[in-house]
Structure formats: C-alpha cells, structure tokens
Design a protein around this ligand. Structure first.
Ligand SMILES: Nc1ncnc2c1ncn2[C@@H]1O[C@H](COP(=O)(O)OP(=O)(O)OP(=O)(O)O)[C@@H](O)[C@H]1O
Ligand SMILES: [Mg+2]
Length: 232
C-alpha cells in the first residue's frame, strides 16, 4: 500500500498542498479528482520525488519510507510514472523510448517485455518511428508502455484521457483493468473525466485548494460532491 501522511508542499511562499492524507490500496485503482489548479500534478510529483515536500510529510510504500528518496530509487521501489502531457522523447524512436525505461528495472533485463507489446500492438508496428511523429493517442499509449517497461508495482498516471478520442480512452481503461486484475498492480490515477473514474476506478479522493475534501469508493461519488468540488 502507498501511504501519504500529512503531506504539505509550497512553491516558494505559495502553499499548494495542505496536510494531505491518502492510502492507495494494493491491487486497486485510486483516483485523485479535482478542478484545474487544485494541486493534483503537484501531489504526483511529490510522490515521484520530483518535488520535495515540507518537513513532517511522510510518503511510504508498505513500511518503507520514501519521503527523501531520489526519484530513480523510487522507480526501483516499484513506482512507475505517466506524466501529464505524456512527455515522451520526440526525437528518438518508439523502441528507444521504451528501452530508456528498462533502466528502472530491478531485474536488470534490457529486453522490452512481450506483455507490453501485447497490450499495445500498435507500438510494435511503429517501433522505428520517431516518438514525436505519433498521434496524441499513440503517444499516450507509448507513455504508459514506457512506464510499464520499468516493471512497476504501482503505476501513477496523470490525466491519461486528456485530449484522447473515446475509443482509445476505452482501450486505456481496459488495459488498466487488466493490469490490476491480472497482475495485481496498484494504480494511482489523476483524472477529471468522471465517467472513466466511475467505470475503472475503485476509490477516490477529491482535492480542493490543496486539501482532501472528500473520499470514498467511486460508487459513492455523489452529485453533491460533483457539484460542490468538481463541476466547472
Ligand atoms: N513550478 C511552479 N511554480 C509555481 N507555481 C506552480 C508551479 N507549478 C504549478 N504551480 C501552481 O500550483 C497550483 C497547482 O498546480 P498543479 O499543476 O498541481 O494543478 P493540477 O491540479 O494538476 O491542475 P490541472 O488540472 O490543470 O493539471 C496551481 O495554482 C499552479 O499554478
Ligand atoms: Mg495537472
């Protein structure tokens, strides 16, 4: 289980996260919801070690504390990251994009796992193309595949449906479901598309101005919570 306790973060003097407490259960999809600018990406960057939280914040996987651990060591602890806006490498090939991620693996394998290509056959076909020449939907698939090449136990995704057409969104959801059900993966999903959250998510937390204002199972995501904290 990934646990966050009392996590606070400020960009300079601007307090962005305030005493956030969350538990992401193993083998479940935990969704982090909230309007634009409430601190969702900032939270994920703290989990990944890209940003450093305030003292007294705690991030741990089971009983191992990661709060001050460098990002590459967190990858070795089993965290895989799909950043907002994909951030694939545009000027190297699809295959090279995937190979870069193999360095995070604990087993030191340098071979792209078959299951990654089985989940995303389009990437096998396009292995020799430049990352930047893929469509937006294909780049999102590449970003997820790249994270999977690091052999994560916990997959952290920042708005994977943003700007993606419905059939690819559905495919991504089915892949997340498969990873959870067949591989016991833990998924942390920042998402604003509520139908996707209801279909593929198990638990949710809602952030508003850097604080957790609601939490529960996705089946309990009420109209009241939506109108108060999520609708624009
Ligand atoms: N590098 C930065 N320096 C200063 N402020 C920042 C920085 N990055 C983000 N912020 C601010 O912190 C707040 C939270 O940003 P964050 O990107 O975490 O929001 P978000 O919930 O992910 O939003 P979105 O839904 O638009 O992706 C925003 O007010 C944003 O302007
Ligand atoms: Mg964001």
């Amino acid at each position: 289980m990934l646990k966050i306790k009392n996590l606070s973060f400020a960009y300079g003097s601007i307090q962005t996260l305030n005493s956030v407490d969350m538990e992401m259960e193993t083998g479940k999809v935990t969704c982090i919801l909230g309007r634009n600018g409430v601190g969702k990406t900032t939270l994920l960057k703290n989990i990944m070690g890209i940003l450093k939280p305030s003292s007294k914040s705690v991030i741990q996987i089971d009983d191992v504390e990661l709060t001050t651990m460098a990002p590459h060591l967190r990858a070795k602890m089993g965290l895989g990251y799909v950043p907002q806006g994909r951030q694939i490498f545009p000027r190297i090939t699809v295959e090279e994009n995937l190979k870069v991620a193999l360095q995070a693996r604990r087993d030191r394998s340098r071979v792209i796992p078959d299951f990654v290509y089985d989940l995303f056959p389009v990437l096998r076909e396009m292995g020799g193309r430049m990352g930047g020449d893929l469509s937006g939907g294909q780049q999102q698939q590449l970003a997820i595949a790249r994270a999977l090449c690091g052999d994560p136990e916990i997959l952290v995704l920042d708005e994977p449906t943003e700007g993606i057409q419905p059939n690819i969104i559905q495919q991504i959801g089915e892949i997340l479901r498969q990873l959870v059900e067949e591989r016991g993966m833990t998924v942390v999903l920042v998402e604003q598309y509520l139908d996707f959250v209801k279909e593929f998510g198990h638990n949710f937390y809602v952030l508003n101005r850097g604080r957790v204002v609601a939490e529960g199972e996705t089946s309990e995501l009420s109209d009241d919570i939506i109108s108060q904290h999520l609708s624009v």
